[in-house]
Design a protein around this ligand. Structure first.
Ligand SMILES: O=C[C@H](O)COP(=O)(O)O
Length: 214
């Protein structure tokens, strides 16, 4: 199981979370990565934790003010990137171009989607993984694996029907070790989560709970 902690734009200390994630990954032997804001990529990567970008632009070098190039994210220490997060939706052509950019920069990729139909479309673009996240459950108290287990199972089937090499993550409301185990039982091989760690009083304790059943 791979746990990717998206810090979004939460007012947490990215270094505190990154250090906790690094330590829990080492202690548990569970793969854990942190996706901070772009401006914090270098500092987070310097902790030694696996570091992901929250987004990379579809552009190459050139006159593209405000872009976060895949090359720049990689130079800063990122080894992967989210694309098309529910809070950073992209046009289909731009997802495809950002996947090309990520490949040029040797970044792993996870393309997010709302539902199994979109998961099939995302899988057709051949990312490393797709992540199903019902928008209405994001940031809530109830895990997608409890509130809507069928959407996870259907997403796994939809991705496999297109490309069996594309891993399937799920996210939204995941905050406990039981939630993670339930997601794995539904066929997910990764978890995308944010508030359960980024808003926790004790991020390390939250991470320890998340991996406790693995
Ligand atoms: O990127 C993370 C997902 O949007 C899930 O967020 P959440 O764990 O706060 O529900």
């Amino acid at each position: 199981m791979f746990i990717l902690v998206n810090l979004k734009a939460y007012p947490c200390d990215p270094i505190e979370v990154a250090t906790a994630a690094r330590d829990v990954a080492e202690e548990s032997d569970v793969r854990i990565a942190v996706a901070p804001q772009a401006a914090h990529l270098s500092a987070v990567a310097e902790t030694g934790v696996e570091t992901w970008a929250q987004h990379v632009s579809p552009n190459e070098h050139g006159s593209h003010t405000g872009s976060t190039l895949a090359e720049a994210a990689a130079d800063a220490g990122a080894t992967g990137t989210l694309l098309n997060h529910s809070e950073k939706r992209m046009k289909l052509a731009d997802i495809d171009a950002s996947l090309d950019a990520a490949e040029r920069a040797d970044l792993e990729t996870i393309v997010c989607a709302n539902n199994p139909t979109q998961i099939g479309a995302a899988a057709a673009l051949a990312p490393d993984a797709v992540a199903v996240e019902p928008p209405e459950l994001i940031g809530g108290d109830v895990s997608v694996s409890t509130a809507d287990p069928g959407i996870v199972e259907d997403a796994v089937d939809a991705a496999a029907a297109v490309d069996e090499n594309v891993d399937v993550f799920c996210g939204a409301g995941v905050s406990t070790g039981d939630d993670v185990v339930a997601a794995g039982d539904l066929g997910a091989t990764g978890i995308l989560l944010a508030s359960g760690v980024a808003k926790a009083d004790d991020p390390k304790a939250a991470l320890e709970d998340l991996v406790s059943g693995l």
